[in-house]
Write a protein that binds this ligand. Structure first.
Ligand code: MN
Length: 430
């Protein structure tokens, strides 16, 4: 791990929040992710399942966390099962958590090697009635592979058919969406690394560079600041590529006079940041580009003010739609008739702004959070309006990450990342 060790008090708090929601005589089990194969003996880099990480800080494969708040003995309330290591194994496989390190990282005293899991579980099952299993209920999830968690659930249901099943996911969706101060600090660190990358890019961009050269500048800056890399696949789209919402090829040349839409963020300690900026290849926006840019910026700033405790996600999007409609009228992109005749299910503004404005952000870039429930303090959201105009050869999106406050405007974690036209132009020309 490149990141500094996280204070284990965070994971202790997270577990106690989860356990407070569990039914009497119940056990909850969380599995790590697999290391996914490519072919031959090559694998994808390991990425930990965010739930076991959130609850334990354990950041390695073949790990199981078990919680049993009503266990007959204290040492059975929280347990970890880890891949066995010793000095000899460490020579071949690299450093893995010892039982002592696992305690230091997680605050969990009872640590077994993985091969003891079935035996220990059997005893605990005789004392419990319900098991919480962890299914993926994220609103944007599409999972085609069988995860380690899914394999476990299959095995467990076969083995213990008389137990009642309960769902971990709704509990996690709620507790993970409200961030502890340690988490906000980690997300801030991820945003700060993104800022360094963006400033490096501002002094690097000039006509005729390739989009992937910009990607390379980011990754250089990210890794040298203890990030594993991008929190998500970056979008670096010049000219009309900005109008392909999920453009990730990043293989075209940036032409003088065009804009480049950059949607890129560093991860730090498994926490994401999610930033979008749109900059001019030649270091200067033309009048039309500037007018559209400032319209997007106004929508972003006004939308941000609506992220308050009690706001409903759906209502918020309706209000942002009204702001965007008025900006598009001002830019002459739509007219009054378009608005009067609009389909309420697909309002006129959607022609130029067809995606959502905000999503939860945290351990996952599109983080957990139940969107039908009112917003609460210490939730972290992105704010990312855009205007996409293929007919004019450019698209603009601006995106910051903000924390909802108990009262007043949200706190902008990207407040130091240049966004005003003048500041971007002056940094690109200095
Ligand atoms: Mn985003």
């Amino acid at each position: 791990m490149k990141y500094h060790q996280i204070d284990r008090d965070l994971f202790i708090k997270n577990r106690s929040k989860f356990m407070a929601q569990m039914k009497p005589k119940s056990v909850a089990i969380f599995n790590s992710n697999d290391i996914y194969p490519i072919s031959a003996d090559s694998t994808m880099p390991f990425a930990q399942h965010r739930d076991i990480f959130y609850l334990s800080g354990v950041d390695q494969e073949e790990s199981i966390l078990l919680l049993f708040p009503d266990a007959p003995y204290e040492h059975q309330r929280e347990m970890l099962f880890l891949k066995e290591t010793n000095d000899h194994i460490a020579v071949w496989e690299g450093e893995k958590l010892t039982k002592e390190r696992a305690l230091a990282v997680s605050g969990i005293k009872t640590v077994y090697w993985l091969q003891e899991f079935e035996k220990v579980l059997f005893e605990l099952m005789t004392h419990s009635d319900t098991i919480y299993i962890n299914t993926n209920e994220h609103y944007r999830a599409t999972v085609e592979t069988e995860t380690r968690e899914a394999r476990f659930v299959k095995w467990w249901k076969e083995k213990y058919p008389a137990h009642t099943v309960a769902k971990s996911n709704p509990i996690l969706q709620r507790i993970r969406s409200i961030k502890e101060s340690e988490e906000i600090d980690l997300i801030q660190q991820a945003c700060n690394i993104t800022e360094k990358g963006f400033r490096r890019v501002l002094s690097f961009v000039k006509p005729n560079i390739m989009e992937y050269e910009i990607e390379a500048e980011f990754i250089h800056e990210f890794v040298r600041n203890r990030s594993k890399g991008f929190a998500y696949t970056p979008i670096i789209g010049s000219g009309n590529n900005a109008n392909v919402l999920h453009y990730i090829e990043n293989n075209q040349q940036c032409k003088a006079g065009d804009l480049i839409l950059i949607d890129a963020g560093a991860e730090y300690a498994n926490y994401s940041s999610d930033m979008t900026r749109t900059i001019p290849v030649s270091g200067k926006y033309n009048d039309r580009q500037k007018a559209v840019y400032n319209a997007v910026l106004r929508v972003k700033n006004e939308a941000t003010k609506m992220l308050l405790p009690g706001t409903l996600w759906k209502q918020y999007h309706i209000e942002v739609g009204k702001l965007m409609t008025s900006e598009l009228l001002g830019l002459g992109l739509i007219d009054k008739a378009d608005v009067q005749n609009e389909n309420p299910d697909w309002p006129a503004y959607k022609k130029y702004f067809m995606h959502g404005t905000s999503h939860h952000m945290g351990l996952d870039t599109h983080d957990y959070g139940i969107l039908t429930e009112p917003m609460q303090a210490n939730m972290v959201f992105t704010v990312e309006p855009g205007i996409y105009i293929p007919a004019e050869g450019f698209g603009i999106r601006l995106e910051d990450d903000v924390v909802i406050q108990e009262s007043g405007e949200p706190f902008n974690l990207m407040r130091n990342i240049p966004i005003e036209v003048d500041e971007i132009e002056s940094l690109m020309n200095s």
